[in-house]
Design a binder for this molecule. Structure first.
Ligand code: AQP
Length: 335
């Protein structure tokens, strides 16, 4: 079993990235190790500039995201942690896979349509080709399982299609077909200002996103000002209905408390947000504060984080080299 997943350094990580991805990866790294498998987590810095990001921001966020992952519990002794750009095989493999991927397949990718919006002609070729680099990211390591959010499932399907076509076209049994790992415990966290939009690094509204770098006061303030409705909380999940803001805050509470909506409503049903929001703020500060403090400590001496990334990249390069070589050989490339 080999688990591979990545995260873009397009900004400071937020509560959605933590509850929806990093927290699950931390649990996974122990399960995978117990089964004699391997976990690889990478900072997807090659994916980040597919939409404009200033170079100084990209390099700063790469180190910050690595520090956040370590502070949240990704243990470099148990998992391989690295940044993509230090492993040139990702880019090389992406090009080789570009020759197999079909334009029609990429045209169907909904994330490109969402991100490019009306300005498709003005989108970067990298944004269009993003799923092929993602296929390279996982096929390069013969990943068996890829933890992904629902929104990335389509990209993983594409990776499987590319792997199947390559194996078929060249008559080889080279690439492992990676399976998506969608954790039931991984919630989708929505913006605190608009519960119809997901919490996102690129949301310009600071109040909509709880960042893992936020101070205790800022975290509490953001929850205090989170958009809600005027009603009291119901006693059961069924009665919650379409109250999206309430559901989002309850989901956050349940995920932070390692609990579930029914139990949280058992405690807060019949109470108003005046009682619930301070309890949520306290819980969030108790859970996120130590991660932030450790992150700040790690960022005080960036060399330790850089050393982790360098060591991780060395291991990743060693794993990638034979797969890249076998791919080149299969295609008849003289390298
Ligand atoms: N709001 C969210 N709720 C739950 N999970 C989330 N993830 C992101 N936002 C939420 C999960 O975090 C992992 C890494 O995501 P990413 O940084 O590679 O890309 P993203 O999903 O595009 O994240 P953002 O924050 O929305 O970044 P920008 O604004 O740059 O596009 C993934 O597993 C994702 O599911």
């Amino acid at each position: 079993m080999r688990v591979v997943s990545g995260i873009k350094p397009t900004g400071n990580l937020h509560l959605g990235n933590y509850l929806g991805a990093v927290k699950q990866w931390v649990a996974l790294q122990d399960d995978v190790a117990a089964q004699g498998g391997e976990s690889m987590f990478f900072i997807a810095d090659l994916h980040a500039p597919t939409e404009w990001i200033a170079p100084a921001e990209l390099s700063a966020h790469t180190i910050e995201v690595a520090a956040t992952m370590i502070a949240a519990g990704i243990d470099p002794a148990k998992s391989i942690l690295f940044n993509q750009a230090r492993v040139p095989a990702h880019s090389e493999m992406a090009w080789l896979l570009n020759t197999v991927a079909r334009v029609g397949w990429l045209n169907r990718m909904t994330q490109f349509k969402d991100k490019a919006g009306k300005n498709r002609e003005g989108a970067s070729v990298g944004l269009y080709d993003y799923p092929v680099l993602m296929a390279a990211d996982v096929l390069l390591y013969n990943a068996t399982h890829v933890p992904v959010g629902e929104d990335q499932k389509q990209h993983l399907e594409l990776a499987r299609d590319i792997a199947t076509k390559f194996n078929g076209d060249y008559g080889v049994d080279l690439f492992t077909l990676p399976a998506p790992l969608i954790s039931k415990a991984a919630p989708r966290i929505m913006s605190l200002r608009d519960a119809s939009a997901k919490m996102s690094k690129s949301n310009p509204s600071e109040q909509s996103v709880v960042k893992l770098i936020d101070s205790d006061d800022t975290i509490a303030d953001k929850f205090r000002k989170a958009k809600t409705d005027p009603d009291v909380l119901p006693a059961t999940v069924e009665e919650l209905g379409d109250r999206a803001e309430a559901r989002n805050l309850l989901t956050i509470y349940a995920a932070l408390a390692d609990s579930n909506l029914a139990t949280v409503l058992g405690e807060f049903g019949g109470k108003g947000f005046g009682a619930f929001k301070p309890a949520l703020a306290d819980l969030a500060v108790a859970k996120l504060g130590p991660i932030r403090d450790e992150m700040v400590r790690l960022l005080d001496d960036r060399s330790a984080v850089t050393a982790v990334l360098q060591a991780g990249a060395e291991k990743a390069r060693a794993l990638a080299a034979p797969v890249l070589k076998a791919t080149q050989n299969a295609m008849g490339l003289q390298v």
